[in-house]
Design a protein around this ligand. Structure first.
Ligand SMILES: [Fe+2]
Length: 409
């Protein structure tokens, strides 16, 4: 199989990322897109439905250093909801909240609380992907359609994934067959919008550059079904695999498998609860999200120390890690040399893991909203293409302490 060198997407070029940096940040690899029956270029947008998009858009600017770039709402003919488009590096978040009491977003929010409704992917050929999806038995939620405005044309379609989550497929290049590129801020219906918000003096340009992976939580016994869906329908490949004792504590357990698209920009670990003495964190999620959904988004940074310091200043709360984790000689021996002294990680409660390819630094926030559901991970990769397997036990014990405080263990 011939490998085609992977190129930067427009979003990545606009964010001034370079290819070598991105290979390090998210583990990007070369692959043959021509032979892929369902080629995926990368992430297009992560769409959240929240209880109050106006205020959430402010939170992502003030706490997470994101930039407001676009908007859709009643002032521009969208009477159903307000939607704010925010960027950080190559990542685009779209935050939606109902305006009309009849908006379908209300039922979604009532059922799930704040959460991810759409993991939208950029593809080079929407029709090719949908033909494949149909042949492989996927549920098509929206047939391919072209929408245009003065900035050009975009072709979209959507397929269903776990729970009420969807993948909208977005083609921004060559929709008219003439090589043209859509140049609007997001999609037709959105207008450019900036914000008067001013960052604190000395704050970095951004706190994260790219999206590394999104974890999906599914019901007991459904993990292999969804791994099969991504293999069969979207041609995703299996990466690492964690089962049984790998990620069990005394009380709770889960199973996890990871699939990725051809160039590895898009990585989906899929979790299901495993039988254990007490309620697994996955069970808690499924109860409070009322079903399967996106559990965490891993945001890639090239300076996790600085990012964590900035986020703590904004009162973003992280899971705690006991000092014993850092003082354990076995752990120190396994980790070896990393780019900063272990003391610097200990101060910030940043976890570290090493495998045969290198190491990674990571930390997890507490749930972002009111329900114990969606949260973020901050990750800094140095060669490792793993997901912090060596940290799962320490991490889950920390999650259990929080679950116990909530009365959900
Ligand atoms: Fe993760």
């Amino acid at each position: 199989m011939s490998n085609t060198a992977v190129e930067l997407t427009r979003q990545e070029r606009e964010a001034e990322l370079d290819l070598d940096q991105l290979k390090q940040l998210v583990g990007l690899v070369d692959y043959d897109e021509e032979r892929d029956p369902f080629p995926v270029t990368g992430w297009d947008a992560i769409v959240f439905v929240v209880g109050n998009a106006t205020q959430t858009a402010h939170y992502y600017q003030s706490a997470w250093g994101m930039e407001l770039v676009g908007y859709s709402g009643p002032e521009h003919g969208n009477r159903d909801h307000k939607a704010f488009v925010l960027k950080s590096g190559s990542i685009r978040f779209v935050v939606k909240g109902a305006v009309s009491p009849d908006s379908p977003l209300i039922a979604h929010h009532t059922a799930h609380g704040d959460g991810v409704v759409d993991i939208s992917l950029e593809v080079p050929d929407v029709d090719k992907c949908i033909a494949r999806a149909k042949a492989a038995g996927a549920t098509v939620l929206q047939e391919p359609e072209t929408v245009s405005d003065e900035h050009g044309s975009v072709r979209t379609a959507a397929i269903a994934t776990y729970g009420e989550t969807r993948h909208t497929l977005v083609q921004r290049v060559n929709v008219a067959g003439d090589g043209s590129v859509y140049t609007g801020v997001y999609l037709p219906g959105y207008v450019a919008r900036s914000s008067a918000f001013v960052k604190r003096e000395g704050a970095p340009k951004r706190l994260f550059q790219a999206l590394d992976h999104i974890v999906g939580n599914v019901e007991l016994g459904k993990m292999d079904e969804w791994v099969g869906f991504y293999n069969r329908v979207m041609g995703f490949v299996n990466m690492a695999e964690f089962v049984g004792d790998d990620i069990a504590t005394e009380y709770s357990a889960l199973m996890s498998k990871v699939v990725a698209n051809g160039n590895h920009r898009v990585k989906f670990p899929l979790n299901e609860p495993a039988i254990a003495k007490k309620k697994s964190q996955i069970d808690e999620y499924l109860e409070f999200y009322t079903g399967p959904g996106a559990q965490h988004l891993a945001l890639a940074t090239n300076d996790i120390l600085r990012t964590v310091d900035e986020l703590r200043t904004e009162d973003v709360e992280f899971l705690d890690t006991p000092d014993a984790y850092y003082d354990d000689p076995e752990m120190r021996a396994r980790i070896g040399q990393v780019r900063v002294p272990i003391e610097e990680l200990k101060k910030r409660k940043i976890l570290v893991d090493r495998d045969e390819d290198g190491y990674l630094l990571q930390i997890f926030t507490k749930p972002l909203g009111d329900r114990p559901t969606v949260f973020f991970e901050i990750i800094e990769r140095h060669g490792s293409l793993g997901f912090g397997k060596g940290n799962f036990k320490a991490l889950f014990e920390s999650i259990e302490r929080e679950q116990d405080k909530r009365g959900n263990l």
